[in-house]
Design a protein around this ligand. Sequence first.
Ligand code: KIV
Length: 257
Amino acid sequence: MTGIGDLGDRAASGPITMLTAYNAPTARLIEESGVDIILVGDSLGNTVLGYDSTLPVTLAEMERHTAAVIRGTTEITVVADMPFLSYGVDLSESIRNCGRMLKDVGADAVKLESGPHTESLTEQLTDRGIPVMAHVGTRPQHAHQEGGLRQKGTTESEVAEIEQIAKAHADAGAFAVVIEHVPNSVGRSVTQAVDVPTIGIGAGPDTDGQVLVLADVLGLTEKTPPFSKQFGDVAGEMRSAIGDYRRAVEDGSFPGN
Ligand code: KIV
């Protein structure tokens, strides 16, 4: 089991693996497979709840799905994403919302999409014993402001900003930094700039670990991001099983006598 405090040592012995999950049965399978960390991502919105972005996801939805993941697992580290506007508006409300994820729901840590508005919050949370995973590069909660989910870190000023945000959050106490959809060189330079493990998604091979969205890995999404990889065809399996069931009922071979 890789605890939050063991992540640095874990990175020294090989890449950290993290996958998203949103319910008990898939979380159980992920834990059984030996993956290091489950992220209950707010990608819940697009991949499970039928929203077209992560913005509508509520704190109550994140709490419910994080609780389900925790019920499905025994000891794997579970990180809960904090949804849009549940943090970074009012300091005490942010601390209480993040604290609830640990105290009432049972998560091991929270993840915040990082920016100037989360720098001192990260320090305040860490001081109170709430471990924070930072998130830089493409930040889906900023999609409206940034013209969609485009790759970040393609200009010198963007690279400098990403490195600065990552460093400031590591200095503020973040135990790890997710780096999303940036050129490989930026994944590398951020990893060199911070003294905590980095976990990349579309950030190249030189981060300390990798994360993907489970629906993409399983082949459940209609459109996979360019940096992702489909490792199975679960949608195909589901179509086939559902079709077999329908045909068996219609032709009378199920349930049989
Ligand atoms: O919500 C999510 O699944 C994430 C990952 C893409 C890192 O934040």
